[in-house]
Design a protein around this ligand. Structure first.
Ligand SMILES: [Zn+2]
Length: 256
C-alpha cells in the first residue's frame, strides 16, 4: 500500500519526552491548557521548566489596579501554582503584557532559553487556533514554534554561541489550546491538582469564576474524549504534537 503523507513524519509520543520546556504568554495559561499533564510528567520525574513571556500586568478589568502590583501578585500566584504541579524551574521574560509583543525579540529570547534549558520537547499555545485574536497568544505561539525550528541552526542568533551556548535540536513541539489535537492525555488523579493550581491564580479566578471555569473545562474534556475515538473514562487534556520538521512547507501538518 502506498504510504500516506503523514507517515513520512511520525508523530512523537509526548509522554516519552525526557525533558520539556513549557511556554505561556501569561501566568495561568499553562495550568488551564496543560495543568494535569504537567503534574503527571513531574510525578514521573520528568524535568519540567515553565517560561512565562509577559509580566501579566494587563490581566485585569479594574481601572484602579496598579500594573506593577498586579505583575508581582501574578508572579507569586505562579510560584504557588508551580509548587502544586511540581514544576522545578520557573523562567520569566517579563515583556509588557497587553498585545504589544515585539515578535523577533521574543523569538530570539525563547531560542536562547531553548539553548540554555536544552529540552527534548517544547510546549506552547497553538498560534493557529481559529478565531484567536489575542496577539500575545498568537505571537508567543509562533515565536516559540519558530525558535524550536531555528534553535539548532548556528547562524540563527549567533550571539548566543559567542556567549558560550550551543545550537540545540528539539525533537518535538506540542501545542495546547489547539483546534487540531492528535494527542489525548488522561488526567486521572491529576485532574484535581490542575484546579488546585488554577485556583492559586486568585487575581484571575476568584471562587465564583473558578466554578464556571471548571464546568467549562470539564465539558471540553468530555469533548476531547469523544474526539480521541477511544474509550476514555477520565477527563482528558488534548494537544497537537509535531516535530520541528512539520513546521516548514508541510501543509498536511494540520491533519497529521
Ligand atoms: Zn493568556
Amino acid at each position: 500500500m502506498r504510504p500516506q503523507i503523514c507517515d513520512f513524519l511520525p508523530i512523537p509520543e509526548l509522554m516519552q519526552a525526557k525533558s520539556i520546556l513549557f511556554i505561556q504568554p501569561h501566568p495561568d495559561d499553562l495550568e488551564i491548557g496543560a495543568g494535569a499533564t504537567i503534574a503527571r510528567l513531574t510525578s514521573q520525574g520528568i524535568p519540567v521548566s515553565c517560561l512565562t513571556v509577559t509580566d501579566g500586568s494587563a490581566g485585569t478589568y479594574d481601572q484602579h489596579m496598579n500594573p506593577d502590583l498586579l505583575s508581582k501578585t501574578r508572579r507569586n500566584e505562579t510560584a504557588k501554582s508551580s509548587a502544586v504541579l511540581g514544576v522545578q524551574e520557573l523562567l520569566w521574560l517579563d515583556f509588557p503584557d497587553g498585545g504589544i509583543l515585539p515578535y523577533e525579540e521574543v523569538r530570539a529570547e525563547i531560542a536562547k532559553m531553548i539553548r540554555q534549558v536544552k529540552p527534548q520537547a517544547v510546549m506552547v499555545c497553538d498560534p493557529w487556533l481559529p478565531y484567536e485574536v489575542h496577539s500575545d497568544h498568537i505571537r508567543t505561539g509562533m515565536a516559540a514554534a519558530e525558535a524550536a525550528f531555528l534553535a539548532n541552526m548556528p547562524n540563527f542568533c549567533p550571539v548566543d554561541l559567542q556567549e558560550g551556548l550551543q545550537p540545540h535540536a528539539v525533537d518535538m513541539i506540542a501545542f495546547y489550546y489547539t483546534a487540531y489535537p492528535n494527542t489525548f492525555i488522561e488526567a486521572g488523579e491529576y485532574w484535581n491538582l490542575k484546579f488546585e493550581a488554577i485556583g492559586c491564580h486568585n487575581s484571575q479566578f476568584p471562587p465564583d469564576k473558578m466554578n464556571q471555569l471548571r464546568a467549562f473545562l470539564e465539558a471540553k474534556a468530555a469533548d476531547y474524549s469523544n474526539q480521541s475515538g477511544r474509550d476514555m473514562s477520565d477527563p482528558v487534556e488534548a494537544f497537537k504534537v509535531l516535530t520541528p520538521a512539520h513546521l516548514h512547507i508541510f501543509e498536511e501538518a494540520w491533519r497529521c
